[in-house]
Design a protein around this ligand. Structure first.
Ligand SMILES: Cc1cc2nc3c(=O)[nH]c(=O)nc-3n(C[C@H](O)[C@H](O)[C@H](O)COP(=O)(O)OP(=O)(O)OC[C@H]3O[C@@H](n4cnc5c(N)ncnc54)[C@H](O)[C@@H]3O)c2cc1C
Length: 390
């Protein structure tokens, strides 16, 4: 559930916690509430409000609930399906877990991660299973080649961490640890690809103790679960309880949040209608919100945040990304528009004090997508253009 939906529920005297089987107590009289969007945030908010006796209507532009949670069932046969949006439920997704329990949905372990990874290593593009095939690109000793990636991880990383005290690990970089375990330069080069080198400034820069803490924290977050039968079963369960309170094919085109009673214009079946309520909970993503008429406009910082979030060109078109770092400032620019300004970046020094981050290695990372780079330039700059600092 998104923060704004949670805050709105709190304002209506609800905690947003779904665990109670009985109707949640209502603070004050029943209110009319319009919820915009029947994604998980909107559905959860509407469900809780409805349970508490408020008069709720959900406006959803599409003909189905779930938003970014969608399960594809066609053209597959024999009941097979594919989740095209949100699907993993980590063990700290408390609300989703409780809803799943409440609605009798079955959770099952997800397939292990990294069953197929795309890597660019030594100028080659390799689709590999958890380290497999990558090892061909490295000149490994016969014994290490035998072990396979999982065996190498166990011998050099897991056993290296398990056999040393915290004090000892604190004094070693991860690269030191691998070497101390007997890893050759080529084995170190293989093991650093991906996860290990993505932390800090690479495996020479952070301590083995830090790695141990990271792995322990990841272990504590538990296994990732999925909803058996498809992730859409959760939004469908919520929508099934709201029934006719959801108006599908109802696209909100204008919101007037400042009016005494917040009002909006919705287009349904080609017909425009004005609706108002005591409260409106808007769960639209920023990419949609920035296209709507909002009157009066949001505060300048809020409007800037909504507008600035996505400056990318449509899929298939090239983007120009600049990262300008000078002194204590770092400005991220996408297609000439500022996305993010970092000030006063710091990092821990060897003695534990925080010092300005003024040098290091550059890492370009993409999450969940294959990215092609047409050209990368590193230039020395004397100033950050004024237009980027406004
Ligand atoms: C490919 C993918 C994989 C993901 N994987 C995971 C994962 O494994 N685990 C995880 O926890 N999260 C995952 N996420 C994120 C998760 O799916 C989303 O955070 C979550 O579904 C967002 O829910 P929401 O209700 O906030 O927004 P949305 O689901 O976007 O809901 C917004 C709703 O508003 C509707 N709408 C839009 N415009 C209008 C309008 N003008 N009027 C009325 N209605 C409108 C939309 O149709 C939609 O139903 C993933 C997302 C994607 C895209």
């Amino acid at each position: 559930m998104r923060r704004r939906a949670f805050l709105a529920l709190a304002a209506l005297g609800l905690s947003g916690r779904p665990a109670r089987a009985q109707r949640a107590p209502r603070a004050g009289k029943s209110r009319r509430v319009i919820v915009v969007g029947a994604g998980l945030a909107g559905l959860a908010a509407a469900h809780e409000l409805s349970q508490a006796g408020h008069d709720v209507v959900v406006l959803e532009a599409r003909e189905r609930p779930g938003g970014r949670v969608e399960t594809l069932r066609a053209p597959f046969v024999d009941g097979q399906y594919a989740d095209a949006g949100g699907m993993f439920v980590p063990s700290h997704h408390d609300l989703v877990l409780r809803y799943a329990e409440r609605f009798g949905l079955t959770l099952q372990p997800a397939l292990p991660p990294f069953h197929a990874r795309l890597s660019y290593v030594r100028r080659q593009r390799v689709v590999a299973n958890w380290g497999g095939r990558l090892d061909r690109l490295f000149d490994l000793a016969a014994e290490d080649r035998e072990l396979g990636y999982a065996g190498l991880w166990d011998k050099y990383v897991a056993q290296g961490l398990a056999s040393r005290s915290a004090e000892a690990l604190d004094r070693l970089s991860v690269a030191d640890l691998l070497r101390a375990q007997g890893a050759s330069a080529e084995t170190v080069a293989l093991l650093r690809v991906g996860y290990l080198d993505m932390m800090g400034d690479g495996i020479d820069s952070y301590s083995a103790l830090h790695l141990q803490k990271r792995l322990a924290a990841a272990g504590d977050s538990g296994e990732r679960l999925v909803i058996a039968g498809g992730a859409e079963l959760l939004p469908k369960a919520l929508a099934g309880r709201l029934k006719e309170k959801i108006r599908y094919g109802a696209a909100v085109v204008r919101i007037e949040p400042g009016a005494a009673r917040p009002t909006m214009v919705v287009v349904e079946g080609g017909r425009r209608e004005r609706l108002s309520a005591d409260h409106v909970i808007c769960t639209l993503p920023a990419s949609v919100l920035r296209e709507l008429e909002i009157e009066p406009v949001f505060s300048a910082p809020k409007a800037r945040a909504i507008k600035a979030l996505d400056n990318e060109n449509p899929t298939g078109a090239w983007n120009t990304v600049e990262v300008l770092c000078l002194g204590g400032k770092c400005v991220h620019v996408v297609n000439g528009k500022v996305n993010l300004v970092l000030t006063n970046p710091r990092q821990p020094a060897a003695d534990g004090t925080m010092v300005p981050l003024t040098k290091g290695r550059l890492q370009i990372q993409s999450e969940g997508a294959e990215v092609f780079y047409r050209g990368i330039e590193i230039r020395s700059i004397q100033q950050i253009p004024e237009t980027y600092l406004k």
